[in-house]
Design a protein around this ligand. Structure first.
Ligand SMILES: CC(C)(COP(=O)(O)OP(=O)(O)OC[C@H]1O[C@@H](n2cnc3c(N)ncnc32)[C@H](O)[C@@H]1OP(=O)(O)O)[C@@H](O)C(=O)NCCC(=O)NCCS
Length: 210
């Protein structure tokens, strides 16, 4: 599923009452696929040694809030179980088709059915996989899923302004920069801003039709 699929299916957006429930659309068989990777629901068995290494790697967590909290195997398992059970979140593993390699995670969180909104957060934990376009590919898939399957209208994300790779990945996926919340975070001894990113269904579809 990709942006073309959003355009095709959203020609007739589903009525609110026809939208699938999160439980329906979070069936364990779900698989969102692009050229090089696919997304599948994150499972408790994914809270393994590799994932723990990502959470303990200061390069990976440098601009993430999780850097402030200790992460034991138990903490990680509880976190995965908690997000997976959250009725207002969908948590995906990002898996490279080649070697079936689990390289990171992406989630839709704070899903608000009334307003049709959700927040996107992601992490590519395997550093040798950075700057290869995988985040952009995963963001596109999750955006298509949110609009196309969940029937949402607006997605948001935020990143530290000192993390240009993150903003760039969202922009490449068709998102727009909506603003800057200055001096928002403490990071490595200084104040840094938060770049606000967003994707609204109709403008995104129009942009891809041009
Ligand atoms: C940020 C992150 C998601 C990016 O993932 P990724 O798979 O490397 O992203 P992509 O390859 O799709 O895009 C990254 C883009 O940023 C660019 N980039 C990388 N470092 C950059 C820098 N210092 N300045 C400007 N651009 C930079 C890359 O060149 C690439 O753009 P291009 O394709 O035009 O060349 C990944 O590094 C990560 O998970 N980091 C740790 C956790 C994190 O920061 N998550 C985001 C929280 S909001």
């Amino acid at each position: 599923m990709a942006i073309n699929s959003i355009r095709r299916r959203c020609a007739q957006p589903p009525e609110t009452h026809e939208r699938p429930s999160l439980d329906d659309s979070r069936a364990s068989t779900i698989r969102l696929e692009s050229e090089r990777l696919y997304l599948r629901p994150l499972q408790l068995t994914d809270a393994n040694e590799r994932y723990l290494c990502w959470m303990r790697d200061p390069d990976v967590t440098r601009y993430l809030e999780c850097r402030f909290a200790p992460c034991t195997p138990g903490d990680l398992g509880q976190y995965v179980a908690g997000v997976s059970a959250d009725p207002n979140a969908v948590f995906f593993a990002i898996v490279l088709k080649e070697m079936e390699r689990h390289v990171g995670n992406i989630k839709l969180a704070s899903i608000n059915r009334t307003h049709g909104t959700a927040e996107v957060g992601l992490m590519i934990g395997e550093k040798d996989c950075w700057n290869k376009g995988y985040a952009m590919e995963a963001i596109r898939l999750v955006t298509a899923y949110a609009f196309d399957v969940l029937g949402l209208h607006k997605l948001t994300a935020g990143c530290y302004d000192v993390n240009p790779a993150s903003a760039r990945a969202f922009l490449k996926a068709g998102w727009v920069r909506e603003g800057l919340r200055s001096e928002q975070f403490e990071c490595e001894g200084r104040r840094v801003g938060q770049i606000l990113l967003g994707a609204a269904r109709e403008p995104l579809l129009s942009a891809f039709e041009e």
